[in-house]
Design a protein around this ligand. Structure first.
Ligand SMILES: [Zn+2]
Length: 361
């Protein structure tokens, strides 16, 4: 009998085809089962999966660099790993890391050629994998290392059930599930400036907006996972005004715009998995896409400002026009932009040390 009491579905060989929400939360988010196949570590060989893939750390030369965690603390990239069963780890390497590392290793033109060749689905799912790994790691990281203040973890703020759809996505290569129409979210990759002052790697998640931004040297990749591509269409007016190569701060601001568009979406798509029988044949991840044109809530500058401050706080500096505190205040109310000047024109020639931010309304 392939269906279990929690509605998970196995095939005849015991492979977990559909991992129910209950099983995902109990075994993977709150337990220590393999986050792909769902098997318990007992009797199965486990090893460490780099959250930011090893090849990428090498490409950006950041093994000894640090990622900034959601609690503001730093964690060394080289030691930033989560457990994964050896078989699934090998499978992830074959399916995602080999082809994507080859593409990104050839720079922006390599990535473009890769996407022209096979489309964006693999890249989209690989970004989803990164997003899920980044958040699963948080269940092992203390919110505050001083346990006299209580033992709480960064992930205590997450509702794990809301990650279930993404979990289905990142194991589609394992289950053989087809990615249905409208399941693919927004994805954008752009060539950006990489001045000598810039770090060679940047990554940020905007969790509530299911948005992930990464930059490897001069390649920025943006993904929204739960929007059927609507957010990317919504920021077209912003994209059309970007008339030059963005610097690292501007690249981040664009991620904030994309995330804000998703949060403003009135009715988000919802997702599910269907199959043609109880053996889990013809597995497909499907989207329930709202009919008609997408509707958005009225522009909430406080909300947008909150996201922009989260993304850009470290770039705000005291200049001849304002103090850092004033800049942060303006940023918080969405009246400060690294991308556009007062006339709404793209700010060119900015770099990290002199981002030439401008007030914007
Ligand atoms: Zn596994």
């Amino acid at each position: 009998m392939p269906i279990t009491i929690d509605n998970s579905i196995y095939d005849k060989s015991g492979r977990l085809l559909f991992c129910s929400i209950e099983k995902f939360v109990s075994d993977i988010c709150e337990g220590n089962h393999c986050f792909i196949c769902g098997r318990h570590p007992e009797g199965v060989s486990f090893n460490k999966e780099h959250i930011i893939p090893n090849w990428m750390l090498r490409l950006a030369n950041i093994h000894s660099g640090d990622i900034r965690l959601p609690n503001g603390r730093l964690h060394q990239y080289g030691r930033y790993t989560i457990p994964c069963c050896s078989e699934c780890n090998t499978l992830l390497a074959e399916h995602f890391e080999k082809p994507i590392s080859k593409a990104l290793g050839q720079g922006f033109s390599g990535l473009r050629a890769f996407v022209e060749r096979e489309g964006t689905e693999r890249l989209f799912l690989w970004m989803a994998l990164l997003f899920v790994k980044l958040h699963l790691k948080d269940k092992t990281l203390l919110e505050n290392p001083d346990i006299r203040l209580g033992r709480s973890y960064i992930s205590d703020r997450y509702d794990w059930s809301t990650f279930h759809h993404m979990h289905c996505l990142i194991r589609a290569h394992y289950t053989g599930a087809k990615i249905g129409k409208y399941v693919h979210g927004s994805i954008l990759f752009l060539e950006v400036g990489n001045s000598s002052e810039d770090k060679s790697f940047d990554v940020s998640t905007i969790t509530n907006a299911y948005t992930l931004f990464i930059r490897v040297k001069n390649i920025a990749i943006y993904t929204v996972f739960d929007d059927s591509g609507i957010s990317l269409e919504a920021i077209e007016p912003v994209l059309s005004k970007i008339t030059g190569v963005m610097n690292s701060a501007q690249a981040r601001e664009l991620a904030a715009e994309l995330a804000a568009a998703n949060i403003h979406l009135k009715t988000s798509p919802s997702f599910g998995t269907r199959m043609s029988n109880t053996d889990g044949d013809n597995l497909e991840i499907i989207a329930f896409h709202p009919e008609g044109e997408a509707e958005f809530f009225p522009k909430n500058n406080k909300l947008i400002g909150h996201i922009k401050r989260y993304m850009l706080e470290n770039f705000c500096q005291t200049t001849m026009h304002h103090t850092r505190e004033e800049a942060l205040e303006l940023l918080s109310s969405n009246k400060y932009s690294f991308l556009f000047n007062n006339e709404g024109k793209f700010v060119t020639g900015g770099c990290k040390e002199n981002p030439q931010p401008a007030r914007s309304e």
